[in-house]
Ligand binder design. Structure first.
Ligand SMILES: Cc1cc2nc3c(=O)[nH]c(=O)nc-3n(C[C@H](O)[C@H](O)[C@H](O)COP(=O)(O)OP(=O)(O)OC[C@H]3O[C@@H](n4cnc5c(N)ncnc54)[C@H](O)[C@@H]3O)c2cc1C
Length: 432
């Protein structure tokens, strides 16, 4: 039976969120958990976004972000699938083809979560590795349980009109969603809203691709995340929960120059496993890649503005960074925690939640933090993704120096844990 557009009821909400990836869905949950009505729209169905073949990545959920997820009622569902990150080991290495192995420098850097903070600041882990699929499942489950949230997915958007007094979003089926604010969580491609607001985006491609897959290994990882800086890019080994058979697993983010990555992805299983094992090493016993190989082109982008009339950009739609430090989603999480806070404050005070003052508060809050991390991840990737001898010497000495100085180690750890700076309430673990 076809439904005529005229017979479909219009919807009214405080906020309409376009895009229900890991950022848009989290924002919708945060708002609806705090008394703000929200309509969340995605062109894809939840079943497609939670399919095993859709997204093979894991996310390093920093300690601050985990506090926010607890506050909005999604962490409990994710927790059984979350592996604590207890230690991080960073080393510089190079491939030695004649031995088919990745030799690592003796100079390295080691972070131990027990050093990160004392007293109330003490966290049981620096963060957690969670499969994106399980994050999405937990977010959609929570969204479905919130009376103030409506999820329209799959749905297409025909038009968004942002007027002085409100936003009208016309869907492909003719329905109209009226709200005071529209949020673009449309990802790094930007969807249509960023362009329609004529917000320019700066950035560049890294000429690198991330190959993502799962490794099964003989010995347990003991909560240790490893990052080996190889000339083509970082090779990250991230601790995962054991699989249903009890096998030990790690998630791999293997960054490589695009031409090499394309060749690696085309290898047959045996050759791929050999290249893989050469980079992984034998510290966890016998290792093998399992399941599908995913790949993601790597780029940096930053929108010149995060806001326009009754419009806010969040997550990758506002800024996208290299996954070298596992911080892209964490930055987006801080965006949405800040945006949810200014919206909830405005609503409680009877102010316009999509008004220029509310949006200006959001933009000024988030700009500096995002720019700082953008610059830091870019510099790290440039410094480490090469084999230039003077740079190698410099970075190895840098790693060793930081490793020797406890306050410096603590400084970096607390940044990685997302507990530094002007934190929104949710990231401090407080209610909105
Ligand atoms: C290899 C790799 C590893 C990473 N690891 C980490 C990590 O460990 N830790 C970390 O913090 N970050 C990590 N990141 C970054 C993180 O994955 C991203 O920052 C995050 O997923 C961005 O989420 P998003 O919701 O903003 O965008 P997306 O995931 O791109 O979601 C956008 C959504 O919007 C929808 N959409 C777009 N346009 C429209 C439209 N017009 N109408 C309707 N729907 C629309 C899309 O269908 C999609 O569902 C990693 C990134 C990569 C590439």
């Amino acid at each position: 039976m076809s439904v005529q557009p005229a017979s479909l009821p219009d919807i009214r909400a405080d906020v309409v969120v376009i895009g229900t990836g890991l950022i848009g869905a989290t924002l919708a949950v945060a708002l609806a958990s705090a008394g703000v009505s929200v309509v969340a729209i995605d062109r894809l169905a939840p079943a497609a976004m939670t399919d095993m073949r859709f997204d093979g990545r894991t996310t390093a959920v920093a300690w601050g972000a985990r506090r926010a997820l607890s506050r909005i009622g999604v962490w409990e569902t994710m927790a059984p699938h979350a592996e604590p990150i207890l230690d991080i080991r960073i080393s510089d290495g190079r491939l030695e083809p004649e031995r088919v192995t990745a030799a690592t420098s003796l100079l390295h850097l080691h972070f131990d979560h027990r050093e990160a903070g004392e007293g109330p600041d003490r966290a049981p882990a620096m963060g957690y590795i969670v499969e994106n699929r399980h994050m999405r499942l937990a977010l959609f489950q929570r969204l479905a349980a919130l009376p103030l949230a409506v999820l329209l997915a799959p749905a297409t958007i025909a038009r968004v009109e942002r007027g002085e007094h409100g936003v009208e979003t016309t869907l492909g089926d003719g329905r109209i969603v009226r709200a005071a604010l529209v949020v673009s969580a449309e990802g790094r491609g930007g969807g249509g809203l960023r362009e329609s607001a004529k917000i320019r985006v700066g950035g560049w491609s890294y000429g690198q691709m991330a190959i993502v897959c799962v490794a099964r290994h003989e010995r347990p990882h003991r909560g240790v995340a490893q990052e080996k800086f190889l000339p083509g890019g970082p090779f990250a080994i991230l601790p995962m929960t054991n699989d249903e058979t009890g096998a030990h697993r790690s998630s791999i983010v293997w960054s490589e120059r695009t031409d090499l990555a394309t060749a690696v992805l085309a290898l047959d299983d045996g050759s791929f496993a050999r290249e893989f094992a050469a980079r992984f090493g034998d510290h966890l016993g016998v290792v093998a890649p399992v399941g599908p190989r995913f790949h993601y082109p790597l780029s940096l982008s930053q929108a010149e503005r995060y806001v326009d009339r009754r419009l806010a950009l969040v997550g990758d739609a506002a800024h996208a960074i290299h996954p070298i430090a596992g911080q892209g989603w964490n930055l987006g999480l801080r965006d949405i925690a800040a945006l949810a806070e200014v919206v909830v404050d405005a609503k409680r005070l009877g102010l316009d939640i999509g008004g220029a003052n509310t949006l200006a508060r959001y933009e000024s809050w988030r700009r500096v933090d995002n720019l700082a991390l953008l610059a830091a991840t870019d510099a790290l990737n440039r410094l480490f993704s090469n084999d230039i001898p003077p740079l190698r010497a410099l970075r190895d000495l840098g790693l060793a120096a930081v490793n020797e100085v406890a306050p410096l180690r603590r400084f970096f750890m607390r940044h990685a844990m997302g507990v530094v700076g002007d934190l929104p309430k949710l990231v401090r673990g407080e209610p909105l």
